[in-house]
Design a binder for this molecule. Structure first.
Ligand code: EPU
Length: 307
């Protein structure tokens, strides 16, 4: 955990754990800069496997030793608290985990592949289904894990098969029949998503490009897209919009330190110059409390907070 310099004092313990595995890793690695918030603490150790076999070795070692392992996507929906993250954080940005294959109406994408690049590649290939994700940042793995989406649809509706890895390093598939995608949730419990197969429909590439643009510009006009945020802070409660509840509670523009409730869309907590991860975490809690007091609605966080 962090001392007053922000360094994780246990650094080295988890690093030693990986020493004989010949997997690239960095003890006490800064994570904040790898998130869209660009603030936050460190990982006790950040591992960068360059093959499925290496990743499997890391997972099974962590499993055997009871060391927590977390997977880092593109940090688009993540807040890392100042105190840092114990154990191993796995970075799947190596090309081994970011391949893209297009074959007939099927696209297979590695978990580390960029979601926006996937949306564009599908549209260009004249394959429909993923254009509904235009403007959503993230990695393919992260997007599937939380069933990313919006008013136009979600990623789950196009997923045919997901290759995952268990905590002990075992690789296996989850097929559509046994996959369940709900509002911002899936029943995939395996700690690592490796690869996703999408079943798409043949459509006119120009029409798809038009829809990508339309959805992108809708988001751009209704959300603070350029700001440092993690997208919507809370899930929408059944039958209503978290953004509207926060707005009606008079919280637009409310700030704690360098964190502020966006004036553009009240469900976005944005980081400004000098923001600390703790400002963001405290503001998210404050919003939740005020909405609970004023409306009785218990908002559920959508942003993932580490640890
Ligand atoms: N509204 C307000 N004030 C606000 C924001 C919204 O009154 O500050 C009202 C709007 O006027 C509208 C209603 O709330 O009547 C819904 O707003 P919006 O259309 O912006 O949709 P949302 O439910 O707030 C959802 C997703 C977004 C997604 C958009 C568009 C959630 C939590 N949010 O937002 O997803 O981009 O639809 O498809 O499901 C995300 O998950 O990170 C995210 C940004």
């Amino acid at each position: 955990m962090a001392d007053e310099t922000g360094k994780t004092s246990a650094a080295g313990t988890a690093a030693a754990l990986l020493e004989d595995l010949h997997v690239s890793h960095e003890p006490d690695a800064p994570l904040g800069e790898r998130t869209w918030y660009r603030v936050g603490g460190r990982a006790e150790v950040l591992a960068r496997p360059s093959s499925v076999a290496q990743l499997s070795a890391v997972a099974s070692r962590c499993h055997q030793q009871g060391v927590p392992m977390r997977v880092l996507g593109r940090g688009a929906n993540l807040l890392v608290r100042e105190a840092g993250v114990p154990g191993v954080v796995v970075d799947l940005s190596d090309p081994a985990f970011a391949q893209l294959k297009i074959e007939d109406e099927t696209i297979t994408a590695g978990a580390g592949y960029d979601l926006f690049k996937l949306v564009l590649a599908a549209a260009r290939a004249g394959l429909g289904g993923l254009e509904v994700l235009a403007g959503i940042p993230g990695s393919v793995g992260g997007a599937v894990r939380m069933n990313a989406g919006g008013a136009y649809g979600d990623i789950g509706q196009s997923v045919r098969r997901v290759q995952v890895m268990s905590g002990s390093g075992q690789v296996y598939y989850r097929d559509r029949d046994d996959l369940d995608f709900g509002y911002r949730r899936t029943n995939i419990m395996a700690p690592v998503i490796l690869e996703v197969e999408f079943e798409l429909t043949r459509e006119d590439p120009d029409e798809l490009a038009r829809r990508v643009k339309e959805i992108f510009f809708y988001k751009k006009s209704s959300q603070p897209m350029g700001a440092r945020s993690a997208g919507c802070a809370f899930k929408n409660p059944p039958g209503t919009s978290a953004g509207r509840l926060i707005d009606e509670a008079g919280l637009k523009g409310y700030r704690i330190g360098g964190a502020r409730v966006s004036e553009v869309h009240a469900n976005f907590v944005v980081a400004e110059e000098g923001a600390k991860a703790e400002d963001i975490a405290r503001l998210i809690e404050h919003v939740k409390e005020v909405v609970r007091e004023q409306t009785g609605v218990e908002l559920e966080r959508e942003v993932v907070v580490w640890p």
